[in-house]
Design a protein around this ligand. Structure first.
Ligand SMILES: *[C@@H]1O[C@H](CO)[C@@H](O)[C@H](O)[C@H]1NC(C)=O
Ligand SMILES: *[C@@H]1O[C@H](CO)[C@@H](O)[C@H](O)[C@H]1NC(C)=O
Ligand SMILES: *[C@@H]1O[C@H](CO)[C@@H](O)[C@H](O)[C@H]1NC(C)=O
Ligand SMILES: *[C@@H]1O[C@H](CO)[C@@H](O)[C@H](O)[C@H]1NC(C)=O
Length: 427
């Protein structure tokens, strides 16, 4: 049993006596699909820490892979950059499109051997996989979201990771899994929930078509999904591993990208709901998915002066739901996630997909960090944005059992999604 890690993680959940890490997501490639190197990561991490007006210190980063882009098992250069800038790391292990995570393990073992405690002291946790269950779910398949992984496969990888590092300096870090919110109340995924120490949830109200996803509702859409995740979590900590609102790009149902709306989302979601409550990895500091027309970066070209004022207001429009991150599974009072169909895979693609990128590189030797096996197949697809939606209307508290409600996908909305998702899946 990993009681120690679990206890530590449980403290984090309570938001007391523990650090609520703040950071951004960082893929292994740039917008032109070239590999990021140490200097690229140093620039990101430095800007994150110096963001003007930030209501907290963004000195953590979430990675999607341990492997340097276009290499087989070289440690990602983000490690050196994190050491140089004293940046905390939520590790990522790419887990789709492969039957083994051995290359990920090898890269991390090499890094630990090379950097020792300078690296391991910065590691705050690891996610085995990113949105793998979403991509393989009915919604993900309908959205052509790309290749994912099934629960049993993820559980096997989680064990593999724990075994590989059982007697290492990171034996006690919390091991989690990141996925879209509708994945967590789905009973078929329970084995994954049981195998992990914490949940990472990705939430994009922007992509929740069919639910009145205009900016004024974004806070309550966020809450409904977040509270449903917390209710499903059985007391395990829930970290928000991706969320954000685009500043430019096409409208998505009622959602409209703009700097003004991105600021409103920051205020109503980050400031009101998350700051000082749990660890948050905002999406994003810079865009690296060339195929996503929606741009989520909060600043231009890593300028420390963001597009909007990051400082937090003292009053908010969104009415707080009764549940809080510590309230977890209370049963009754919880706001029903009426329509759980959502999902929103990340617009992160390049981030997540070490794979997508590498496969397109043509850099002979390197298979994708992710796969190892068939990078040809889905790898590239790892994602894009997308989402889904559901028919259910806004009123909470109807009947919901996560699984069944997700079946209700608004077909009109889906048509739009499939179009876009199909586009992204070509990555
Ligand atoms: C529930 O999870 C299983 C396993 O991940 C998946 O196959 C199924 O599609 C999910 N159900 C829904 C409605 O998303
Ligand atoms: C969040 O916590 C920090 C200290 O950890 C404190 O300085 C800050 O005022 C808090 N912010 C809010 C909005 O509570
Ligand atoms: C981005 O910023 C870097 C460093 O400040 C600068 O060298 C580069 O020219 C900028 N690129 C663009 C497109 O503005
Ligand atoms: C909830 O859904 C179940 C199964 O779909 C149904 O049997 C039950 O009557 C519903 N409950 C309410 C309150 O609508």
């Amino acid at each position: 049993m990993r009681t120690t890690a679990f206890a530590a993680a449980a403290v984090l959940a309570a938001g007391v006596n523990a650090e609520n890490y703040l950071g951004f997501n960082s893929g292994s490639t740039l917008a032109d699909r070239s590999a990021k190197f140490k200097a690229d990561f140093v620039s990101e991490f430095t800007t994150a820490q110096k963001l003007q007006g930030a209501p907290g210190t963004f000195n953590a980063v979430r990675l999607y892979t341990n492997i340097q882009a276009y290499s087989e098992t070289d440690p990602i250069s983000a490690f050196e950059a994190a050491i140089e800038t004293n940046t905390k790391i939520l590790l990522g292990v790419w887990a789709s499109g492969t039957t083994s995570i051995q290359n990920e393990i090898t890269a991390l073992q090499t890094a630990i051997k090379t950097y020792g405690t300078k690296l391991t002291d910065l590691i705050i946790g690891v996610s085995i996989g990113s949105e793998d269950l979403y991509r393989n779910s009915a919604t993900g398949v309908a959205n052509e979201a790309g290749i994912g992984a099934n629960p049993d496969v993820l559980v096997g990888f989680i064990k593999d990771f724990r075994n590989a590092f059982a007697s290492s300096a990171i034996s006690k870090i919390p091991v989690g899994h990141v996925d879209t919110w509708d994945v967590w109340p789905n009973a078929t995924n329970k084995a994954v929930l049981d195998a992990i120490d914490f949940i990472g949830v990705d939430e994009y109200p922007y992509y929740e078509s069919g639910k009145g996803n205009n900016i004024k509702n974004a806070g309550s859409l966020f809450d409904r999904a977040y509270d449903a995740t917390v209710a499903a979590a059985n007391g395990k900590p829930v970290w928000v591993t991706e969320t954000g609102w685009p500043t430019t790009g096409p409208d998505w149902d009622e959602a409209h990208p703009s700097v003004e709306n991105a600021k409103y989302y920051w205020d109503e979601v980050f400031c009101r709901k998350l700051l000082n409550q749990t660890s948050v990895f905002w999406y994003n500091l810079r865009d690296s998915n060339p195929d996503n027309k929606m741009k989520f970066a909060i600043t231009n070209n890593l300028s420390t002066k963001p597009y909007f004022d990051l400082s937090c207001p003292t009053t908010f429009d969104t009415t707080d739901s009764s549940t809080s991150s510590s309230a977890s599974a209370s049963g009754t009072g919880t706001v029903a996630p009426v329509s759980s169909a959502t999902s929103s895979s990340s617009p992160s693609s390049s981030g997540s997909s070490s794979s997508g990128s590498s496969s397109s590189s043509g850099s002979g030797s390197s298979s994708s960090p992710s796969s190892g096996t068939s990078s040809g197949s889905g790898s590239g697809s790892s994602t894009g944005s997308s989402t889904s939606s559901s028919t259910s209307t806004g009123t909470a508290a109807t009947n919901t059992s996560g699984a069944s409600s997700s079946a209700k996908i608004g077909s009109a909305a889906l048509a739009g999604i499939a179009l876009v998702a199909g586009f992204f899946s070509l990555l």
